[in-house]
Write a protein that binds this ligand. Structure first.
Ligand code: PRX
Length: 659
């Protein structure tokens, strides 16, 4: 994020007191109650988390110890000895209790008329069936299943079916390319892939199954591919490997009555790949007891979910937000979760508000990039819908600038609704820093304070605590139940990425500062990870895709500030001797990245460069490239280590604007 933007956020003086809990049923009501919880959790963390785990989750067998951990090693074990099943907690117990006929998922498809409501009973039946399908295919406890699917109810069914039999799901966002999918399937050695023929998006049908065909060719671990018919697109089905979802689900010989697998609290629940500072995405591992407790706990407190609410998180399930806050958190609580297949802008920019009005949504959780995009469309679109059902608004994925916060508050919240700005990561499993809607005074642009039980701090490069208004590294000093337990297949990378630099602490990779009230202001990533429309992207991933092209000799990719996306992708490319700098090649390289990684990684700007600014030891000086991309060409700081200062003026001359 640009320095100006950070400073304007630091100058932000507006305060918004929490609304009164007039119905008297908020989960955490009033600032004093929140403070008491913070104190209680700090004094007795194990007592606090043990209590929440017992309140929120059904255990087949209670745990022996709440926490057994050492963040230096790292070794993290929550609720050791405890046994449970995630699908049982999300379904079976609600069906056996009094929520059998309650809507678990309200699904709004891309076409307005495509609506499905799955009650807890209906979802439970589907999940038991698909669990039996997987078992019949030979999927056992611990086996991996890759899910590469659109936002359709079958995705939630497949996740819960994996959880039911103890298989580990690895969801790959359907916007990723065949190559990205292949890398992810390959890394976790998935036995089965579940997909669909097509994705419906903005009125178009985008083929999906073809990517699986391409990916699986190089993945010997894959035995079966299950295909949902979403778009009635013609696909090739490979004999013996590919099966239609509707056909396998109709199998009359399925053993649907098998009880769910009793899992250990620390058994793996899922792997989710995310970007880091190298070219290879990391398979973040989450386990059963701690993750579920944390997802349910944060959903309940941060959104104040009540039994009669319609709760809507607009994320895609392909990202962690969808895992924790569309599926696991809400369903563990027995809430009603709305799931939407489409995009905010199609067929018109009031699609979201139409849905809020149609289903009387009470809690609405989205990303700043969406707010900024809709803000540009003007308030005519918000005015034409009745948004009075809304009670709590949320934001996630990137810093929300005060201007977008105020628009969200004024035009969607009608000047009265609290906005919870939730800071967290794929690795944290759930929300870490956020206001509580009925208990926190809000400041636009600040994620406010760590949740009770979360020991977040800002430290200097030497690990000592930073003072108020002093920028530094955002770290977490005590374990929390939702934290990642590993990087699949890479214990050393897990240790060195998160636990090495600041001994005994978890390093988030974000920069932040606290103000004199102890409020946290997130400044963005300190590593080579950028945040494009709330999507996390490693610059090294884009670079390795570019250099894989035969015409490219070298590439450097940085983020640049962007009014709607937060950050855009700026690529500097040096060509090989035989290649020519043409517009055709520029277009070809952008298309190449799109194909290698997926549309979200397409460089917004691609500048051909004769050379890149390097130190005498050959290290690319990204700091300078970031400045040039941002147009801040007069403040380079120390450039005395540059091997060839002439490179910089050439780059400035050739700088391209966003079109
Ligand atoms: O830089 C932070 C930013 O998103 C990163 C995590 O991305 P990912 O793992 O994809 O998870 C996104 C959804 C939780 C963080 O390192 N980030 C996330 N939420 C916020 C944020 N930055 C500022 N404010 C937030 N509320």
């Amino acid at each position: 994020m640009s320095q100006e933007r950070i400073e304007s956020m630091m100058d932000e003086k507006r305060h918004f007191a929490p609304p009164a809990d007039s119905r008297g049923r908020a989960h955490v009501s009033g600032e004093a109650a929140r403070e008491a919880l913070v104190r209680r959790a700090a004094e007795d963390p194990e007592g606090f988390w043990g209590e929440r785990a017992a309140q929120l989750i059904d255990w087949f067998k209670p745990w022996d110890t709440v926490l057994d951990a050492d963040m230096n090693e790292p070794r993290i074990e929550w609720f050791k000895g405890g046994r449970l099943n995630v699908a049982h907690n999300c379904l079976d117990r609600h069906v056996a209790g009094n929520r059998r006929n309650k809507a678990a998922i309200i699904w709004q498809g891309e076409p307005e008329e495509d609506v499905r409501v799955l009650t807890y009973q209906m979802l439970y039946d589907e999940v038991r069936r698909f669990a039996a399908v997987l078992r019949k295919m030979g999927v056992h406890k611990g086996d991996r299943v890759s899910l590469y699917m659109p936002m359709i109810p079958e995705l939630a069914v497949a996740m819960l079916a994996c959880a039911r039999i103890g298989a580990v799901h690895s969801i790959v966002f359907a916007g990723f390319s065949a190559v990205s999918l292949q890398n992810r399937i390959h890394d976790c050695e998935a036995k089965v892939v579940v997909t669909a023929d097509a994705v419906l998006r903005a009125g178009r049908r985008i083929p999906l199954k073809v990517n699986v065909d391409e990916a699986v060719r190089q993945c010997p671990s894959v035995e079966k591919v299950v295909v949902v018919n979403r778009g009635s697109l013609e696909v090739t089905m490979e004999e013996g490997r590919d099966l239609w979802w509707h056909e396998v689900m109709a199998d009359r010989t399925l053993d649907v009555d098998r009880p769910c697998e009793e899992m250990d609290a620390e058994d793996m629940l899922f792997i989710l790949y995310t970007s880091g500072s190298t070219g290879k995405p990391k398979g973040v591992v989450h386990t059963t007891g701690g993750y579920l407790t944390y997802a349910a706990h944060t959903t309940q407190w941060v959104f104040d979910v009540q039994d009669d609410d319609v709760y809507w998180c607009t994320a895609d399930i392909g990202w962690i937000t969808g895992h924790s806050y569309i599926v696991y958190g809400p369903l563990a609580l027995g809430a009603t979760s709305l799931m939407f297949e489409g995009v905010p802008s199609w067929p018109s920019p009031d699609r979201f508000w139409r849905i809020v009005e149609k289903f009387r949504v009470n809690i609405f959780y989205t990303a700043p990039t969406v707010v900024r995009a809709l803000m540009r469309e003007g308030t005519d679109w918000t005015e034409r819908h009745d948004l009075s059902s809304l009670r709590v608004l949320g934001s996630v994925g990137e810093p929300i600038n005060p201007e977008a916060w105020m628009w969200y508050h004024t035009h969607i919240g009608k000047g009265r609704l609290p906005i919870v700005d939730t800071w967290w990561q794929t690795e944290t499993g759930g929300i870490m820093i956020s206001g509580l809607p009925y208990a926190t005074t809000l400041k636009p642009g600040s994620a406010t304070q760590p949740l009770p039980g979360v020991d977040a701090a800002i430290v200097r490069p030497d690990g000592s605590p930073a003072g108020p208004n002093e920028g530094g590294h955002l770290v977490i000093r005590k374990p929390w139940p939702g934290m990642l337990r590993g990087i699949f297949g890479s214990p050393e990378r897990y240790r060195s990425t998160y636990f090495e630099r600041f001994p005994g602490m978890y390093e988030s990779g974000d920069g932040a500062r606290t103000d004199t009230d102890g409020y946290f202001w997130i400044m963005g990533r300190l590593d080579d990870v950028i945040n494009v429309s709330g999507h996390r992207m490693g610059t090294a991933e884009v670079e390795s895709a570019l250099v894989a092209h035969p015409s490219v000799a070298e590439a450097a990719v940085v983020g640049m500030p962007h009014a709607v996306k937060g950050e855009a992708i700026y690529a500097y490319v040096t060509l090989g001797a035989d290649a020519e700098e043409t517009e055709e090649l520029r277009a070809e390289l952008r298309a190449w990245v799109r194909k290698e990684i997926g549309p979200i990684a397409t460089p917004d700007v691609l500048q051909f460069a004769e050379g890149l600014p390097k130190t005498r030891s050959g290290k690319i000086m990204r700091r300078i490239l970031r400045k040039i991309a941002a147009g801040a060409t007069s403040e380079f700081g120390d450039t005395s280590t540059l091997a060839d200062p002439g490179v910089v003026s050439d780059l400035i001359e050739g700088r391209l604007q966003l079109t």
